[in-house]
Ligand binder design. Structure first.
Ligand SMILES: [Ca+2]
Length: 189
């Protein structure tokens, strides 16, 4: 992959989490999955280096710079899909799975009863908390907890998070602040 494409793909499909270095092979794997999901095959069907992004319901391929530039370039408009464009600024799905695995207290408190994959996917693509609650079926009580947790991270007062089970360690606090900060910066709360 050309270096210029790597530079564009980094912000588009991944965000580095809690000090992990960005692993391009992992990104490529993720792209492969996205492409496979989209067209039912394996790998990226767009083999021209200057037009590597596949539209969803046609054989069109477009340059990455046209993805999420607020102007539809694919006939089906997939390049401006709200989920896709939200995900480009969010931590990557795989990074969120690692985060939720490490911060188990989140899964047993706020996201109790939900699957790791559905929470990670919801956090990646949802426009905001209400959209997330609707996608994942989070009930009112737990949606309230999620709002309270995001508010706590926003104000920097971590007590509500500790009450929800967050370990009192700088490692957990920094990790949660980083990931929640990414959500706050992208309109999730
Ligand atoms: Ca576009």
């Amino acid at each position: 992959m050309k270096k210029e494409h790597q530079l564009i793909l980094l912000p588009l499909f991944a965000a580095c989490c809690y000090g992990m270095s960005v692993d391009l092979s992992r990104l490529t794997g993720r792209l492969g999955k996205i492409y496979a999901d989209k067209r039912g095959g394996a790998g990226n069907p767009c083999d021209r280096e200057d037009m590597p992004f596949p539209c969803q319901s046609s054989d069109e391929c477009i340059p990455l710079k046209y993805v999420c530039d607020q102007s539809p370039d694919c006939k089906d408009g997939y390049d401006e899909n709200p989920d896709l464009c939200k995900a480009k600024d969010r931590p990557a799905f795989n990074d969120l799975v690692l985060f939720l695995t490490k911060e188990k207290w989140l899964m047993s408190s706020i996201f109790a009863g939900k699957s790791l994959a559905s929470v990670a996917h919801g956090l990646t693509v949802s426009q905001d908390v209400d959209d997330f609650a609707s996608r994942t079926g989070l009930d009112q009580k737990h949606t309230g907890m999620l709002n309270a947790a995001l508010k706590a991270a926003k104000t920097g007062r971590m007590k509500p998070l500790i009450d929800m089970g967050m370990p009192q360690s700088s490692s957990s606090e920094n990790t949660v602040k980083y990931v929640f900060g990414k959500l706050l910066d992208t309109g999730f709360y």
